[in-house]
Ligand binder design. Structure first.
Ligand SMILES: [Zn+2]
Length: 180
């Protein structure tokens, strides 16, 4: 089964909605630089409609599932976007966490339903999985399934291209986890 993709109009509508909810949240929660601190991205793997996370830079990412946008357009626009932005507001204000009461209030104030899950029937696309490895210096690298399989099959390690830096080798035992 292949992934269903949204139209350009649907993507544009998601971006517009994202901007509108960010503006609303910035005003409501007095976070004037919110729009500079949150980036919207789209992804096409896994069954979740979206997620929000804190980046190493201290900024935030709101990720929306492409397929969810195509399959369940209204819910994704009207609920998933406020849902994930409410998570970011909680990360910043630290007033609530996960799907607690404070988060729920925030989600609803931003126009979402306040429901914790998105029951969507999305295509499980394992071929899009990423595989995380920890290098000897402690840094993390992710590779796609082809390289992962090569590393796991071989015993000499995989020479990782490292622009200008020292040669990096990934070995089977450096494997940490699968990211969907
Ligand atoms: Zn959530």
């Amino acid at each position: 089964m292949s992934i269903r993709t949204p139209t350009a109009e649907q993507i544009k509508a998601a971006k517009d909605k994202f901007e509108a909810v960010i503006t609303m949240a910035a005003g409501m929660y007095n976070i004037p630089d919110l729009s500079r601190r949150v980036t919207l991205t789209f992804y096409s793997h896994g069954k979740r409609a979206g997620y929000a996370k804190r980046l190493l830079s201290g900024n935030f990412l709101v990720a929306i599932n492409y397929e969810a946008l195509a399959v369940d357009y209204n819910d994704t626009i009207e609920d998933t976007i406020p849902h994930e932005i409410a998570h970011v507001v909680m990360f910043i204000t630290k007033k609530g966490r996960n799907h607690d009461k404070v988060w729920k209030q925030c989600c609803m104030a931003l126009g979402g339903t306040g429901k914790r899950c998105h029951d969507l029937d999305l295509t499980p696309a394992k071929r899009h999985a990423k595989y995380e490895y920890r290098l000897i210096d402690g840094s993390l690298r992710t590779v796609g399934p082809k390289i992962h399989n090569k590393i796991q099959r071989g015993n000499r390690g995989y020479h990782f291209k490292n622009r200008g830096g020292p040669k990096l080798f990934l070995f089977a035992e450096n494997f940490m986890r699968v990211i969907y």
